[in-house]
Design a protein around this ligand. Structure first.
Ligand code: S5P
Length: 266
């Protein structure tokens, strides 16, 4: 599958290196699924990726959820995910000033060494993007940042148009900006975000589930097809896949739905 014909304007205008790589992986795997692998042990995580790895294009981790984390186990896990051709995305939700965010990419977890993408809030201003960029540059790696422009949770403070406009304006021209987190549970808000962002950046969306209803502790869900047609380029799905009887079959179903929606969007 030729990414230029599948992605159209997005392929032409979006030149961030990891974004280009992601668009190619999506075409190979015919899936826009970003798995939110919110598991608590290394065994559970390994098993989940083993089961669904062929049907997802990116893997979103929360490394600090893992109760039995060791550097050795983690690096082995990461090298296994690379064999499955996955973009690795640590959902760190950085929020500190630039120089601290830079340091936080090191430390025990040393995120800069294995993550291709991280999330960041822009609440502290754009220096955070400089800090994250410097951290990857210091070890000659390429990375990308997904800026939280919207959130899926009830009552969040990332309001349209004020917060969202400012977050996009402050980050859009920054080379390290891979794209934005948009609210997958509300297609009308996503359309507004896509209008603000244009075609140069990715929008990935959590809050996506085939069961459209309110989730646990304020989470809200919307339908995957609607999210993609409203401008999402990656559907972040966690419990909709791993909390089911057959995660492999579910991942396959989300993959097929997401690919069909992308083909229909053109
Ligand atoms: O606004 C947001 C942003 C993110 S990154 N809402 C979210 O739910 N997320 C993440 O997406 C959250 O941290 C979790 O890992 C995932 C959603 O998981 P699910 O089980 O509700 O699909």
């Amino acid at each position: 599958m030729d990414p230029a014909s599948i992605w159209g304007k997005r392929w032409l205008n979006c030149n961030q290196p990891i974004a280009k790589k992601y668009m190619e992986v999506v075409c190979k795997k015919q899936s826009l699924v970003v798995l939110a692998a919110d598991k608590s042990t290394m065994d559970e995580l390994n098993q989940l990726v083993e089961d669904v790895g062929d049907y997802i294009s990116a893997l979103k981790t929360h490394v600090d959820l893992i109760e039995d984390w060791t550097e050795e186990k983690w690096l082995k896990f990461i090298s296994h995910t690379k064999k499955k051709n996955l973009i690795i995305f640590e959902d760190r939700k950085h929020g500190d000033i630039g120089k601290i965010a830079k340091k936080q990419m090191g430390g025990i977890y040393n995120i800069k060494a294995w993550a291709d993408l991280v999330t960041a809030h822009l609440i502290s201003g754009p220096s955070i993007l400089d800090g994250l960029e410097e951290s990857w540059k210091s070890i000659n790696r390429n990375g990308g940042v997904l800026v939280l422009a919207q959130m899926s949770s009830e009552g969040n403070l990332l309001k349209l148009p004020e917060y969202t406009n400012s977050a996009v304006e402050l980050s859009k021209k920054h080379a390290i900006c891979f794209g934005y987190i948009g609210n997958g549970s509300r297609p009308s808000e996503l359309i507004e975000l896509r209008n603000i962002v244009g075609d140069e950046k990715m929008i990935w969306t959590p809050g996506v589930n085939l069961k459209v209803e309110d989730g646990e502790l304020g989470q809200r869900y919307g339908n995957p097809t609607n999210a993609i047609k409203a401008g999402s380029d990656g559907i972040i799905v966690g419990s909709g896949i791993y909390n089911t009887k057959n995660p492999k079959e579910m991942a396959k179903e989300y993959a097929e739905i997401s690919w069909r929606a992308l083909l229909e969007r053109k």
